[in-house]
Write a protein that binds this ligand. Structure first.
Ligand code: GLV
Ligand code: MN
Ligand code: MN
Ligand code: MN
Length: 408
């Protein structure tokens, strides 16, 4: 094999990683916090898509779109089927980290370089992909691009999605999304997504790279709580119908119910109307993000929170409506493929509670994920990090995986 130890990037790879990484590092970075604001089709994300095209062109890899906003750069016969797809996403959560997403795309281009430098001529085409709106930070549904591509979400449903300013997905994209592309999917034999780890398992295992086994079932539920707007000074406490109270109780209930089940519940987004200091609000909308190792546990958790919110609303004289915005079932990655890659890389295997486009594609083609160690485990935060040496190890591991999967 052309690489002796897959889990250690060569110093030259570390240097090449840093050079390429520095090209995108300033794009969409908030100078005040160091966090990233890279939303689907927003200016920074468009610049990153342009950067993707330039990188592909430099490497002589023609780029095609899928009509849904996802991009694919191809090395190899344009007509051959059985291609190996690798890549990730550019978009971030509000004030997100640098690595969540872009690491998988930068590593994919560098892995192509590494294969070429080693004189590897893959039998199958290798395709680098960039998926759109993975975080759902702009239009609310995570993995929107891969859901459209696979048909998990219809173009009609996508057409109805609007961002906080009322801009529709189709308007931001500039076209009506094409929806399912079984013709495109049929051309891929495998998908491998490299991603920064979003926990501390690799620190605990003292390893730079791991292979994923599964993704916890997870989803998003919107709690719309309405009450009676009124004067903060003159309205007697007993006369209030305050949705903020119902909301606050619901957040506490979500935390408690999740802990009871060994699950995770977060309310990280809230909207208050009219948002005045001296008025009882008319409406509070909170978004519950819930995740659990098993689908039954997740369903139980969401139902328990819903029931507690409804009961509390009855006491507060408010009304609560719960709407499921997205739900992703348990994803078990192809065990044969994962085991093969773990052996190839001599890497540990682990499950994750974070969602990925790989989780959506796993229902359609054999899919695997590689995680690169994150020293603090922090993610979806400006503090997310990975060392250049570990990122280089990730590139080398990915190159090795691609060489293996692209050989007939
Ligand atoms: C995506 O990163 C998610 O798991 O929320
Ligand atoms: Mn993320
Ligand atoms: Mn991600
Ligand atoms: Mn994700």
């Amino acid at each position: 094999m052309f690489i002796k130890n897959a889990l250690q990037g060569a110093p030259a790879t570390t240097t090449r990683f840093r050079e390429l990484w520095d090209e995108i590092a300033p794009i969409g970075r908030d100078a005040r916090t160091g966090g990233y604001l890279r939303y689907a089709f927003g200016e920074p994300e468009r610049r990153l898509r342009e950067w993707f095209r330039v990188q592909a062109e430099r490497r002589g890899m023609p780029v095609t779109g899928d009509g849904n906003g996802n991009l694919f750069a191809r090395w190899g016969d344009p007509d051959a089927t059985g291609a190996v797809l690798t890549g990730s996403h550019f978009d971030s959560v509000p004030q997100g980290g640098a690595y969540d997403g872009p690491l998988g795309i930068v590593s994919a281009f560098l892995a192509v370089d590494e294969l070429r430098a080693a004189g590897v001529a893959p039998d199958r085409p290798i395709v680098v992909g960039a998926f759109v709106e993975e975080e759902g930070a702009r239009f609310g549904v995570p993995c929107l691009g891969s859901r459209l591509l696979t048909g998990a979400l219809t173009p009609e449903r996508a057409a109805g999605l609007r961002d906080a300013d009322g801009v529709a997905f189709a308007e931001a994209f500039g076209d009506r999304p094409a929806g399912a592309r079984p013709d495109l999917l049929a051309g891929f034999a495998t998908f491998v997504e490299l991603h920064v780890e979003q926990g501390r398992a690799l620190v605990d295992r003292d390893a730079p790279v791991a292979v994923a086994t599964a993704i916890w079932p997870h989803g998003r539920w919107r709690f719309d709580i309405t009450g009676e707007p009124n004067h903060a000074g003159t309205t007697r406490m007993a006369d209030r119908r305050d949705p903020m109270l119902t909301y606050a109780f619901t957040v506490l209930a979500a935390n408690k119910e999740a802990r009871l089940r060994g699950a995770h519940a977060t309310v990280g987004r809230v909207n208050v109307e009219p948002n005045a200091t001296n008025a009882v609000p008319s409406r509070v909308t909170g978004w519950l993000d819930a995740r659990a190792a098993e689908e039954g546990t997740l369903a139980e958790l969401v139902e328990a929170v819903r029931a507690k919110a409804v009961e509390r609303a009855r006491r507060d004289g408010t009304e609560v409506i719960v709407t499921e915005e997205s739900a992703t079932p348990l994803v078990g990655f192809d065990a044969g493929l994962g085991g093969r890659l773990a052996t190839l890389l001599d890497a540990p295997t682990l499950p994750t509670a974070a969602g990925h486009d790989a989780g959506v594609l796993a229902g359609h083609l054999p899919t695997a994920m590689l995680f690169v160690r994150n020293p603090t485990g922090v993610s979806h935060s400006p503090a997310e990090s990975a060392t250049d040496a570990d990122c280089a190890a990730g590139v080398t591991a990915l190159a090795r995986v691609l060489a293996e999967l692209a050989a007939r």
